[in-house]
Design a protein around this ligand. Structure first.
Ligand code: DC
Length: 231
């Protein structure tokens, strides 16, 4: 009999390495990986381009009707990439300009309803690893394995800075630090689905862990959860 598939959620602060872990776990298990943050980033990109006033509910609702989000697997890069209305936006949504606005957009009720409905559909058949901020608490509250990731602030700033500096050498560490702190604050203090650890989530602090170390730990949890499901 084929082993039963499970849902794995990975939530946590910005730049904790959630996507690195989620991608590797999905690959190892033969599961689909979904980067839910990319969806909020793509919506933000659309709102910026269409000059949507995010404080006007009518404008937001109308704009959402014109947004089609899709993840398409890129064979050459071996990763799924975000498409906004059939345009590949995987690269542009990683820009600091988007990072500066995305938390405010992600705090809007209608935006969350729009994204969460699509995320739940993607996980309906299980066999999925999804990372974000509310995946274990709201999107898949019955997930078989929920991981909550943390890491020291200084380590997270350093990691994000390295990532962004590779694309834009004009960026300063201060800018990155301020953006990270601002996003963490908004994401964890918003009224709707704030970032918080689900009661039944296991915490993974990777401040002093290598990528391999954290992967081994998470894989062990995943295999245990799969085994428990099979019984
Ligand atoms: O994971 P990320 O940095 O790409 O996410 C971008 C923003 O989207 C983040 O600041 C908060 C928001 N987000 C969210 O509110 N809920 C999610 N499930 C994923 C991301």
């Amino acid at each position: 009999m084929a082993a039963k598939k499970i849902v794995i959620t990975i939530d946590g602060w910005s730049s904790c390495g959630k996507s690195t872990l989620a991608k590797r776990l999905a690959k190892e298990l033969g599961y689909v990986y979904v980067d839910s943050g990319a969806m909020y980033r793509a919506i933000t990109l659309y709102f910026i381009r269409a000059d949507v006033d995010i404080h006007k509910k009518k404008e937001v609702v109308a704009a959402l009707k014109d947004i089609n989000l899709e993840f398409i697997f890129n064979e050459a890069a071996q990763r799924s990439e975000m498409y906004l209305n059939e345009e590949n936006v995987e690269f542009v949504i990683r820009d600091l300009l988007i990072a500066e606005k995305v938390s405010d957009v992600a705090a809007i009720k209608e935006v969350r309803e729009f994204a969460v409905a699509q995320q739940q559909k993607m996980g309906a058949r299980k066999g999925i690893v999804m990372d974000g901020r509310d995946i274990g608490t709201v999107v898949f509250p019955h997930a078989e394995l929920k991981i909550f990731m943390t890491a020291d602030n200084a380590v997270r700033v350093e990691r994000r800075f390295k990532e962004l500096y590779a694309k834009n050498p004009n960026i300063s560490i201060e800018e990155v630090k301020n953006n990270l702190e601002m996003r963490d604050y908004i994401d964890s203090h918003r009224e709707i689905s704030p970032l918080r650890k689900a009661d039944d989530a296991v915490e993974l602090d990777n401040t002093n862990l290598t990528e391999d170390g954290q992967f081994r730990k998470a894989l062990e949890w995943a295999l245990q959860a799969k085994k428990a499901k099979a019984h």
